[in-house]
Ligand binder design. Structure first.
Ligand SMILES: NC(=O)c1ccc[n+]([C@@H]2O[C@H](COP(=O)([O-])OP(=O)(O)OC[C@H]3O[C@@H](n4cnc5c(N)ncnc54)[C@H](OP(=O)(O)O)[C@@H]3O)[C@@H](O)[C@H]2O)c1
Length: 302
């Protein structure tokens, strides 16, 4: 039932960032469940080799199509939309999964990084959605899934740019859900927990931190505790893929759901605790000095 429409046709789903991590695991999982999968990625040749190996699909399998997409390039986004429609018509599912991460305080993070973050997570995905919505509206059925994060529930220190775009993603989704629901298209915001992919590693993150700078004291404890917490919480991407498959099955106009126990916990705590309480909780968990403790004169680090 999950991979077929009410009229019994195979449903198609577009997944951005399908070259690796959660996108790759989800594309493979949905293919196995019988979906027609459009895997959108920057490097189609290498990415599709990996995806075909993971699924056992042949080069000419019409249920697994690779599409070139760089979300920071508007020309690439509009071309991808046309290629998608040529391949599968109006997609049923559109999963905005691609993303980048960066570590660093606001003062340490260059404007270029903020721009790249917004281009990848907001401007590109919004353009792709605008390009595909006319055909999806005409089809009268579909679901747009926005892959958010715990940073989208609450801004976390040292990830302001990432938290800001995930917050913006959630507000965009809520707004759009109110607009497109009458056409039979639902929106799901997925608050994603911690999964074992490159994005949580040093290699997969743009590091803007100045470990010897003004925020050296913050970095000391945050680095150690952050790594330990992520190592403990990280789960297999396959578990995320199972949650995503369920999310695509929803028939509700708007859903916000958490995938992963740590994400579920944060969503609950965020509902119960006032914002000031969450601020204190985050500060204590990350070992950040109390309010005013680093005023000039009280500290040697500036
Ligand atoms: N893993 C976690 O713990 C976690 C937690 C919360 C939220 N998330 C969210 O889950 C999503 C997937 O992350 P992941 O863990 O799978 O990370 P990942 O392994 O680093 O994969 C990121 C994916 O995004 C793609 N991408 C980056 N910039 C792009 C661009 N300009 N155009 C097109 N594709 C681009 C990458 O493609 P290339 O291969 O070409 O670089 C890659 O496929 C992200 O939105 C992330 O914020 C992950």
């Amino acid at each position: 039932m999950s991979s077929t429409s009410m009229s019994g046709e195979r449903r198609s789903v577009v997944i951005t960032g399908a070259s690796r991590g959660l996108g790759l695991a989800s594309a493979a999982n949905l293919y196995r469940r019988g979906w027609r999968v459009v895997a959108a990625m920057r490097s189609v040749d290498t990415g599709m080799k990996v995806l075909r190996k993971a699924t056992g699909a042949g080069d000419d399998d019409p249920r697994l199509v690779g599409v070139s997409l760089d979300l920071t390039d508007p020309g690439s986004v509009t071309a991808a939309a046309r290629t998608i429609e040529n391949a599968v018509g109006a997609p049923y599912g559109l999963v905005h999964n691609a993303g980048i991460s960066a570590a660093g305080m606001v003062e340490e993070t260059p404007t270029e990084l903020w721009e790249r973050m917004f281009a990848t997570t907001i401007f590109g995905p919004v353009l792709l959605t605008k390009e595909l919505l006319p055909s999806m509206r005409r089809a009268g059925a579909g679901r747009i899934v926005l892959v958010s994060s715990q940073g989208g529930v609450r801004g976390m220190p040292a990830t302001a740019a990432y938290s800001a775009v995930k917050g913006a993603l959630e507000r965009w989704g809520e707004s759009m859900a109110g607009e497109i629901a009458p056409f039979g298209i639902g929106v799901t915001v997925v608050v994603t927990g911690t999964y074992d992919t490159e994005i949580i590693t040093d290699a997969g993150t743009t590091d803007c931190r100045d470990l010897q700078g003004v925020y050296a004291r913050h970095h000391q404890t945050m680095d150690k505790r952050g790594r330990a917490a992520m190592k403990m919480a990280a789960r297999s991407p396959d578990k995320f893929a199972t949650g995503l498959a369920k999310a695509l099955d929803s028939r509700k106009p708007f859903v916000k759901t958490a995938i992963g126990p740590d994400a579920r916990m944060l969503v609950i705590v965020n509902r119960i605790l006032p914002s000031a309480g969450l601020h204190q909780m985050t500060r204590l968990m990350m070992g950040i000095p109390r309010f005013g403790a680093m005023r000039s004169g009280d500290t040697q680090s500036g």
